[in-house]
Design a protein around this ligand. Structure first.
Ligand code: S3P
Length: 163
């Protein structure tokens, strides 16, 4: 099981999809599954159920994915705040996609589809960054790099090949 973690805008969905294709694995993006199941967008879920409602859904979907068949699983940027999810990822190969806050804000800062960004991004970033690093087998830089470059880097590190 390969799990991609990182702050919003790190490229977890795009790199996850491309990595899964390269490795011939199934791809699961927990945010996509949450929205499909709820038949609502993430902002609608936040509006109607609050962050707590979203987190309950996220725990359920992440648990299923992480206990399911081998896959590349992209978690939402806040998933590791949940101790149950942290425990589940401990037995997976976790890859941290590192993005600086300025670059993340440049990529998704104006995206209304990310309700958590309406709050205090600096504070969020400071609290979350250590969580990603703590669970990750390794960290890959993404600032200024294409999806292809990042995917190649991740798959090289996964196979232990020299970079
Ligand atoms: C969140 C990140 C989002 C999504 C939700 C909450 C967060 O995922 O799960 O909006 O708390 O950081 P991405 O990291 O894929 O944007």
């Amino acid at each position: 099981m390969i799990v991609l973690v990182g702050f919003m805008g790190a490229g977890k969905t795009t790199v996850g999809r491309s990595l899964a294709a390269e490795l011939g694995l199934r791809f699961v993006d927990t945010d996509m599954v949450i929205a499909q199941r709820a038949r609502r967008t993430i902002p609608e879920i936040f509006d109607q159920e609050g962050e707590a409602g979203f987190r309950t859904r996220e725990r359920e979907v992440a648990t299923e994915a992480l206990e399911g068949v081998d896959a590349v699983v992209s978690l939402g940027g806040g998933a590791l705040v949940d101790p149950a999810i942290r425990e589940l990822v401990a037995s997976a190969t976790v890859v941290h996609l590192d993005v600086s806050l300025p670059e993340a804000l440049g990529r998704v800062g104006t995206d209304a589809r990310r309700p958590m960004l309406q709050r205090d991004p600096d504070e969020l970033y400071r609290r979350r960054d250590p969580l990603y690093r703590r669970v990750a087998a390794f960290t890959v830089a993404t600032d200024g790099r294409s999806v292809e470059e990042v995917t190649r880097d991740v798959s090289g590190r996964l196979s232990g090949a020299p970079r």
